[in-house]
Design a protein around this ligand. Structure first.
Ligand code: FES
Length: 110
C-alpha cells in the first residue's frame, strides 16, 4: 500500500468562494484551489491545452472552471473536459479540510 502524505496548502479563510487560487505545495507542485459552499477542490494549475495557468480563470457554472486563455472548460470534481479546445482531462488532487487548514493529498492523473 502506498501512503500519500497530505501537504498543507492554505487556510480555509484564505480561499474566497468560487475564486480559483494558485498555491505552491511544500513539494513544489503548483495547484489551483477552488472553494465552494460544499467543499474545496484542487486541480493542477496547468491547462492541458497549452500549459498556461488555470488559476486566472473563472468558475462559470457550479464546479466548472474556464481557462482564461482559450476558454476550455473543466469539471473540477473529476478533471474532465466539458468544452474544448482542450482535449485532455485535468489532473485533480484529493483534498482534506481539518479545522481551518486545507491539505492536498494524492494526485489523480486522468
Ligand atoms: S491554455 Fe487553456 S484553453 Fe488554451
Amino acid at each position: 500500500m502506498t501512503v500519500v502524505q497530505l501537504q498543507r496548502a492554505a487556510r480555509l479563510a484564505e480561499l474566497e468562494m468560487d475564486l480559483p487560487t494558485a498555491v505552491t505545495l511544500p513539494d513544489g507542485q503548483r495547484v489551483c484551489l477552488v472553494r465552494d459552499a460544499e467543499r474545496v477542490y484542487a486541480v493542477a494549475d496547468r491547462c492541458p491545452h497549452r500549459d498556461f495557468a488555470l488559476s486566472g480563470g473563472d468558475i462559470v457554472a457550479p464546479c466548472i472552471l474556464e481557462c482564461p486563455w482559450h476558454g476550455a472548460r473543466f469539471d473540477i470534481r473529476t478533471g474532465r473536459v466539458v468544452e474544448g479546445p482542450a482535449t485532455d482531462d485535468l489532473t485533480t488532487y484529493t483534498v482534506r479540510v481539518v479545522g481551518e487548514e486545507v491539505f492536498v493529498g494524492a494526485r489523480r492523473v486522468p
